[in-house]
Design a binder for this molecule. Structure first.
Ligand code: NAD
Length: 402
């Protein structure tokens, strides 16, 4: 019997688990995650803004574990020794025949001073929930002090995450305003972005759609303003391109850092050849030096032949990688050669609030309600692919059918 260890119960890890559990192969699986639950990382911005309850984006990992084939251990993965074929989890050493590393992402500060100390990150359910609680507390403080900085929320970075968060915050602003005793339009939402053009992967038309709503909602989007440091209660950005000394401090009591992510620190700690926690994997998603170690999702870099750059890390590609790795391990066990991993993106859709979204599906650009509908259908599908029909029935986005 072969021992397969899966690190991480995110999209990739749970998808691989599903394929392996139903295979009927002579295997035992050990699944390890620091939490007892899986969460939809694509919905963290909604928890942070309070527009979605945390329990709605989580389900119990035990729900998808077949105990005849799989042992689930809740613990912290510290290190991998891929020469000894061992994983260190808290005080335990776990040997493996095949390893799937799907440990997800962490926030990337790019070494900018003060980020860790003075801004909030939004990388898992706990931190998203902390963001929400923090905002509520600032609204209460406003009621006491009437200091406008308590009403000001600054989102750092206007990538997919930043823009989706801004949209959700706009939607949450009515609830915030009620607590502060002000009008929703008094809640000031800023987004500070280093480059001039946001979401460059989309056409100008889609970019304009997004900008139109941000403008309508009075979001203060500052582009071409790289953040140079974060101080207690202030984001400091460079105001003019050619003058490094032209720094402006934007005071705010809520500062949320969403300028990008890197793969789990366990990758670097374990001596893999990596860049920002991502390993350039072989065509069958294994480590170049270890055929028995698969790296999936945010810890993996796979070249997109059409752009000659690694594919962006999305839930969609993580799910595909999980399916692929499960099947490839079964092939390896049978002595069959690997087919190279291939990926064709179905497109990407960004939500701005619950009812607005924009993106590309296949080759078609979508906006407004159809895009929002597709976005929710994508979420239901990923719930189905990791959790099955039970999780879709209890956590699915059925408001799209109304
Ligand atoms: P990102 O790297 O896509 O965007 C980060 C943004 O922050 C960029 O626009 C960058 O210019 C800006 N930035 C970086 N440093 C800065 C600085 N010092 N000052 C100001 N701005 C700065 O990161 P993300 O948005 O966290 O997304 C991570 C990955 O997850 C991406 O691959 C993304 O495509 C994916 N994602 C997809 C979806 C979706 O499909 N709906 C949603 C969220 C995230």
């Amino acid at each position: 019997m072969k021992e397969i260890v899966i690190l991480g119960a995110g999209y990739a890890g749970l998808r691989a688990l599903h394929v392996l559990q139903k295979s009927g192969a002579d295997i035992h699986i050990t699944l390890i995650d620091r939490n007892s639950y899986h969460y939809e990382s694509t919905s963290l911005h909604e928890v942070a803004a309070g527009t979605q309850k945390d329990e709605k984006i989580c389900y119990d990992i035990k729900d998808v574990v077949d105990t005849k084939k799989t042992t689930f251990i809740q613990g912290n993965v510290e290190k991998i020794d891929s020469d000894k074929k061992e994983v260190y989890v808290d005080q335990q050493t776990l040997p493996y025949d095949y390893l799937i590393v799907a440990l997800g992402f962490q926030s990337e500060s790019f070494g900018i001073p003060g980020v860790k100390e003075n801004s909030l990150e939004m990388v898992d359910v706990k931190t998203a929930d902390q963001v929400h609680k923090h905002i509520i507390e600032q609204m209460k403080q406003y009621k006491e002090t009437k200091n406008e900085e308590y009403l000001r929320i600054v989102v750092c970075g206007a990538g997919f995450t930043g823009i989706e968060l801004v949209g959700a915050l706009v939607e949450g602003s009515k609830a915030f305003a009620d607590i502060a005793g002000v009008k929703p339009e008094d809640i000031q939402i800023y987004c500070v972005e280093a480059v001039d053009k946001i979401l460059p992967m989309f056409s100008d038309k889609l970019g304009q759609y997004c900008l139109k709503y941000l403008d309508k909602w009075d979001v203060k989007l500052l582009t071409g303003k790289p953040i140079k440091k974060v101080e207690p209660g202030a984001v400091v950005y460079q105001n003019s391109k050619d003058n490094e000394n032209d720094l402006v401090a934007l005071n705010a009591k809520t500062i949320i850092w969403t300028t990008g992510v890197s793969g789990s620190h366990v990758i670097g700690d374990s001596g893999f050849e990596e860049r920002r926690g991502r390993v350039m994997v072989k065509p069958n998603l294994t480590d170049p030096k270890h055929d028995d170690v698969y790296l999936l999702g945010d810890v993996s870099a796979v070249m997109d032949p059409s752009s000659n750059r690694p594919y962006p890390t999305t839930a969609q590609i993580a799910l595909k990688m999980g399916s692929y790795a499960g099947k490839d391990i079964l092939n390896q066990m049978k002595g069959k050669p690997s087919e190279p991993f291939s990926f064709k993106s179905l497109g990407s859709v960004a939500s701005i609030g619950n009812t607005h979204a924009f993106g590309v599906v296949g080759k078609t650009e979508v906006t407004a309600y159809p895009a929002s509908f597709i976005k929710k259908a994508i979420m239901d599908r990923s719930l189905f692919e990791t959790g099955g029909i039970k999780e879709v029935m209890s956590k699915g986005r059925f408001d799209l059918y109304h």
